[in-house]
Design a protein around this ligand. Structure first.
Ligand code: NAD
Length: 482
C-alpha cells in the first residue's frame, strides 16, 4: 500500500481523527493502488475551519505584494514539479498525458496570474461632492472561504479557487474530490514550501457528506465556492445561502455545438469530436449534443463516426483517450448508451467497452456517436459525463437555436458556420455562460470570466480573470471629510 497522504491543518500534516484511510486506484488498471488518503470526518473539517479562522486576520493584514510573492513562489515550485504532477494526474484521474500536462500548466499559470493580481488589488478613487474630502473604495477579503472541488480537473479547479482566494487575503479550507486528491495536496505542499503562514490554507480529504457538509455549514465560514454536479451543488447553495454565506456554485452542462448549412461538415466533425471526446468526455464543457442542419448532416455524421473509430483508447500515458475515472462513471455511461438505444437512437460508432490487453482491466469506454436523436430523448437532455455525442438533425438555424436552448443547462455552446449573421445571432440568442464561434465547447482562457447560466451555475459570481477575485473581496466605500 502506498504512503497515506495526510490532511494539512494549521501548518501540520496530520492523520484523520477517524484513523481511517481510503485507497485511490489507477482507473486504467484498477488493481494498482496509487495512494491512500485520509478518510476524515466532520471533526477534522471543524478543526480546519478553526485554524483558518485564527489565521484570517493576520493574512488579511499581510500586504498584497507579499501575498503575491508567496503565490509566485508556489507557482515556481509547481513549475519545477511539472513532470511528477503530470504523472500523478494521469495515474489518479486517468487523463491522456498531453491533457494532464496541459492541466498542470494551467494550474501553474493561474498561480502566476493571481500573484500579480495580489500586488495590484485596488479600489477606486472618485471625485467627492464636498470640499476637503476623499471619496474612495477599498477592497478587503470576505473572510474564511470553503472550497469544494470535483475530480475531473483535480489540479486546475483547486488552483482557480485557491489562488484568487489567497491573493485577496482569505484563509481557506479546501476539500478536494476523493477520487483524485493527490495533486491538490501537492499544491498545499508547494504553498507550505513557499512560506504560506500556518492555518492560511487547510486541506481535508474525505466524504463530501461529512467533510464537505461540515465546512458548508460551519458558522466561521464566510464564503463557499463549489464546483461539481448540479444535484450536490444546488443542495450546497441552499444550505450556505440560508446561513447567510456568500456562495458560488459552478455545475453540470449539456453543451451543444450547432453545425450550420454553411459549415464544412468535416471541419465541424473535427471540432465536435475534439470537444466531445477530449478528456474522455469528462469536462463540464464537453460537447454532448451536435445540432446539425439537414443539408450537411449525412456528411457530418459519417466524418464524426469515422473520427470516433480512429481514436486510440488506452492508458493515458501512451494513448489518445484515457479511461473514465471510476467503475461507477463507466457504468453510468454504459447505462446511458443502453437508454439511447432503447429510446430509438441509431448507434453509429462505439457503444461499448473496447477490447484488447491494454484495456481489459480499466474503466474504458469507446467514443460513441448516436444519430437520429430527438431533442426529448434522455441522451439529448441529461449530462452523461462520458465520450458520447448525440447528433440531432434540424431543418433551419432558428430550430437549431431553439433546440440548443431547450435544456435546463447553459454552460458552453458553440456554432460552426461560415455565415456572419448566423454567428452573431447565435451569440445573441443562445442561453449559455460561454459562447464560441468556430471553436469547440471545451477550452478556456484563464484571464476571462467563466461560469454558466440556468442549472449550470448559481449565477452569483463568475470564476477566473478579474471576475474571479470579486467573489473573495468585499468593497467598502469611504467618505473621508478631512
Ligand atoms: P460531485 O457533485 O459528486 O462532487 C463535487 C464535490 O462535492 C466533491 O468534492 C464531493 O466530495 C463534494 N460533496 C459531495 N457531497 C457533498 C455534500 N453533501 N456537501 C458538500 N460537498 C459535497 O461532482 P463530481 O462527480 O466530483 O464532478 C463532476 C461534476 O462536476 C459534473 O457534473 C461536471 O459537469 C461538474 N463540473 C462543473 C464544472 C464547472 O465549472 N461548471 C467544472 C468541472 C466539473
Amino acid at each position: 500500500m502506498a504512503k497515506p497522504n495526510r490532511n494539512y491543518i494549521d501548518g501540520e500534516w496530520v492523520t484523520a481523527s477517524t484513523d481511517e484511510t481510503v485507497a485511490v486506484h489507477d482507473p486504467a488498471n484498477p488493481d494498482d493502488v496509487v495512494a491512500a488518503y485520509q478518510q476524515s470526518g466532520a471533526a477534522d473539517a471543524a478543526r480546519a475551519v478553526e485554524a483558518a479562522a485564527s489565521a484570517q486576520d493576520d493574512w488579511a493584514e499581510t500586504p498584497g505584494p507579499t501575498r503575491g510573492k508567496t503565490l509566485r513562489e508556489a507557482g515556481a515550485i509547481l513549475d519545477r514539479q511539472k513532470e511528477a504532477l503530470t504523472d500523478a494526474l494521469v495515474a489518479e484521474e486517468g487523463k491522456a498525458r498531453p491533457e494532464a500536462a496541459g492541466e498542470v500548466q494551467r494550474a501553474i499559470d493561474i498561480f502566476y496570474y493571481f500573484a500579480s493580481k495580489a500586488a495590484d488589488l485596488s479600489g477606486t478613487r472618485k471625485a467627492s461632492s464636498g470640499r476637503d474630502a476623499n471619496l474612495y473604495t477599498r477592497k478587503d477579503p470576505v473572510g474564511v472561504a470553503a472550497l469544494i472541488t470535483p475530480w475531473n480537473y483535480p489540479i486546475a479547479i483547486p488552483a482557480w479557487k485557491l489562488a484568487p482566494a489567497l491573493a485577496a487575503g482569505n484563509a481557506v479550507v479546501l476539500k478536494p474530490a476523493s477520487l483524485a486528491p493527490g495533486v491538490a495536496i501537492a499544491i498545499a505542499e508547494a504553498l507550505e514550501e513557499a512560506g504560506l503562514p500556518d492555518g492560511v490554507l487547510n486541506v481535508v480529504t474525505g466524504p463530501g457528506s461529512d467533510v464537505g457538509d461540515e465546512i458548508v455549514g460551519h458558522e466561521a465560514v464566510d464564503a463557499v465556492s463549489f464546483t461539481g454536479s448540479s444535484e450536490v451543488g444546488e443542495m450546497v447553495y441552499e444550505r450556505a445561502a440560508a446561513a447567510g454565506k456568500r456562495v458560488q456554485t459552478e455545475l453540470g452542462g449539456k453543451n451543444p455545438t450547432v453545425v450550420s448549412a454553411s459549415a464544412d461538415p468535416e471541419e465541424a466533425a473535427e471540432i465536435v469530436a475534439s470537444g466531445g471526446f477530449g478528456t474522455t468526455g469528462q469536462s463540464c464543457t464537453a460537447c454532448s449534443r451536435a445540432i446539425v442542419h439537414e443539408d450537411v448532416v449525412d456528411e457530418f455524421t459519417d466524418a464524426l463516426a469515422e473520427r470516433a473509430e480512429s481514436i486510440d483508447v488506452g492508458p493515458g500515458n501512451a494513448h489518445e483517450m484515457g479511461p473514465q475515472v471510476s467503475a461507477a462513471e463507466l457504468d453510468s455511461t454504459l447505462e446511458y448508451i443502453e437508454i439511447a438505444e432503447d429510446e430509438g437512437a441509431t448507434l453509429l460508432a462505439g457503444g461499448g467497452e473496447p477490447e484488447g490487453s491494454a484495456v481489459e482491466n480499466g474503466h474504458f469506454v469507446e467514443p460513441t456517436v448516436f444519430a437520429d436523436v430527438s431533442p426529448d430523448m434522455r441522451i439529448a437532455r441529461e449530462e452523461v459525463f462520458g465520450p458520447v455525442i448525440a447528433v440531432i438533425e434540424v431543418g433551419d438555424f432558428d430550430e437549431a437555436v431553439d433546440v440548443a436552448n431547450d435544456i435546463e443547462y447553459g454552460l458552453s455552446a458553440s456554432v460552426v458556420t461560415d455565415d456572419h449573421t448566423e454567428a452573431n445571432r447565435f451569440v445573441d440568442e443562445v442561453e449559455s455562460g460561454v459562447v464560441k464561434v468556430n471553436e469547440k465547447t471545451t477550452g478556456l482562457e484563464l484571464h476571462v470570466p467563466f461560469g454558466g447560466v440556468k442549472r449550470s451555475s448559481s449565477e452569483t459570481w463568475r470564476e477566473q480573470g478579474d471576475a474571479g477575485l470579486e467573489f473573495y473581496t468585499i468593497e467598502t466605500t469611504v467618505y473621508d471629510n478631512y
